[in-house]
Design a protein around this ligand. Sequence first.
Ligand code: HEM
Length: 118
Amino acid sequence: QMSLYDELGGKDTVAQIVDNFIHEIEYNKTMFTYFAESDIERFREKLNEHLCLLANGPCTYTGDTMEQVHAGMNISESDFNLGVDLFIAAMTKANVPHTVQNKLLAKMVPTRKEIIYL
Ligand code: HEM
């Protein structure tokens, strides 16, 4: 049976989603402010791994926990939703079908409580 990672298109498509997402962040003033001091190459690598893990792909996540990463950022609910919107745009630009997008979003949304208001 195909994993969600396979349905997404595997490593290449996930890498494309992450690259598109980074572009979306760069062009959004509110989001970019959060990332102003970040190591974007590390973010690129860890987000690829994290998405692979969420989609039951064959990867090991070597980054920090969602709580550790986002602690101190005090991310509001609306900024979280903005992040989700930009992520949807990144998936659409990578030609991920909406049915598959929804499956990945369903895995991401429960991590919300580990990310906002920390
Ligand atoms: C479901 C939603 C989200 C997921 C799955 C997620 C996932 C991640 C991952 C995997 C990393 C890299 C971890 C590491 O370097 O060890 C990261 C870093 C980061 N995230 Fe998120 N994130 C989410 C939402 C957000 C939102 C909404 C914001 C801001 C509004 C945000 C801001 C950041 C920033 C600024 C970093 C870089 C931290 C640093 O430079 O050390 N994240 N995130």
